[in-house]
Design a protein around this ligand. Structure first.
Ligand SMILES: *Cc1c(COP(=O)(O)O)cnc(C)c1O
Length: 388
């Protein structure tokens, strides 16, 4: 597994000055000695030294061949989809990130790409959904917000046997917990906005390919379409990754405590966290993940939007916001925020009830976080005169 010491070896000291922090090469172009004769950099859309350090770093962390940095997680996803052609099909996890669903439905449908959504936590569903036109399997594990886990190794075997590419969105686990390429995936994508950058201070996306051939194709699209990450944000992302291993370990330890607390509350209905033995795919998660991450979802015994809405407004340490993976804890109400545009019957099918609350557990003291949730609920309980 990725340990901090080996991680640091992949952030080289600047050969020109010895600067221990990667220099920010804030430049658009590079002076050439003679036409076409340069030091490996000619224009920053094609290649930039700061971005290249980040790209090499993520390739190493995911144990892949090549890495690429983009302006957002969605730009990274968009680049992978551009590997496909008119008429191709994708089989995707039904609990897919909303932004990816929007991209597939409202952009790529126009270009003749069809997506089939299945419950990938049962691998056979993936095998059953493949057709001759399927060129790509799209997984997220764990998913958002119900932390559904899919068996990446098993699905990679299905992909190989059918000559289909497997791409895993590894945003929730991070390479510290889970390395899909080692489990057989061809491509990994990240919203580096979340755990990799880790401080809720930038938007970025990453792609890693398992081999050079796919790397060349992604490189071509990256340069041709141009949705690259700038030098300063690349630098921020590198700085975030320097503490990734420590953060993920602590996020996970804190989340485990909070999840166990929630599971024992009489006002809580279900708790979704892959580190709980009650989780549907606990065994698979324990096999393919080193840590279980910092995201927890739960819903209430009284499935009431108003009650849930009051709770998320009463917490002091958990700030009410979308997103996840930063050092500060966040709380959100998916039905009114991330999943507002999802029709309620589809939402309920996915387990996203009116009272489902999602937590991104940060790096504060776990006992303080538990206290915060307890107090928020007490306030609401008094006001509503609730009894259990
Ligand atoms: C946030 C997120 C994305 C999109 O990333 P952006 O950086 O916001 O564009 C994609 N996948 C998952 C799982 C995410 O959580």
């Amino acid at each position: 597994m990725t340990e901090t010491s080996s991680l640091y070896q992949h952030i080289p000291v600047d050969p020109l000055t010895g600067a221990i922090s990667t220099p920010i090469y804030q430049t658009s172009t590079f002076v050439q000695e003679a036409p076409g004769k340069h030091k490996g950099f000619d224009y920053s859309r094609s290649n930039n030294p700061t971005r290249q350090t980040l790209e090499n770093l993520i390739a190493k962390l995911e144990n892949g061949a090549r890495g690429f940095a983009f302006a957002s997680g969605l730009a990274a996803i968009d680049t992978v989809i551009k590997l496909l052609e008119y008429g191709d099909e994708i089989v995707a996890v039904d609990d897919i990130y909303g932004g990816a669903f929007r991209l597939f439905t409202h952009i790529y449908k126009k270009f003749g790409i069809h997506v089939r959504y299945v419950d990938t936590s049962r691998s056979q569903n993936v095998a059953d959904a493949l057709t001759e036109k399927t060129k790509l399997i799209w997984l997220e594990s764990p998913t958002n917000p119900t932390l559904k886990v899919s068996n990446i190794r098993e699905i990679a075997q299905i992909a190989k046997a059918n000559n289909v590419l497997l791409c895993v969105d590894n945003t929730f686990a991070s390479p510290v917990s889970q390395r899909p390429i080692e489990l057989g995936a061809d491509i990994v994508v990240h919203s580096a906005t979340k755990y990799l950058a880790g401080h809720s201070d930038l938007i970025a996306g990453l792609v890693v390919t398992a081999n050079e051939e796919l790397g060349d194709k992604i490189k071509f699209i990256q340069n041709a379409s141009g949705s690259i990450l700038g030098p300063f944000d690349s630098w921020l992302c590198i700085r975030g990754i320097e503490t990734l291993a420590l953060r993920v370990k602590q996020h996970s330890a804190n989340a485990q405590k909070v999840a166990e607390f929630l599971e024992n509350q009489d006002w809580v209905n279900r708790v979704y966290y892959p580190g709980l033995s009650s989780h549907k795919n606990y065994d698979v998660a324990a096999d393919q993940q080193k840590y279980f991450g910092g995201v927890i979802s739960f819903d209430l015994k009284i499935d009431d939007k108003e009650l849930a809405s009051q709770i998320v407004q009463k917490t002091q340490l958990f700030h009410l916001a979308e997103s996840l993976g930063g050092v500060k804890s966040l709380i959100c109400l998916p039905c009114e925020m991330t999943h507002k545009s999802t029709p309620s019957d589809i939402r309920y099918q996915a387990g996203v009830t009116d009272s489902l609350i999602r937590l991104s557990v940060g790096l504060e003291d776990a006992d303080d976080l538990i206290q915060d949730l307890e107090s928020a609920f007490e306030v609401v309980k008094e006001k509503e005169a609730l009894t259990f």
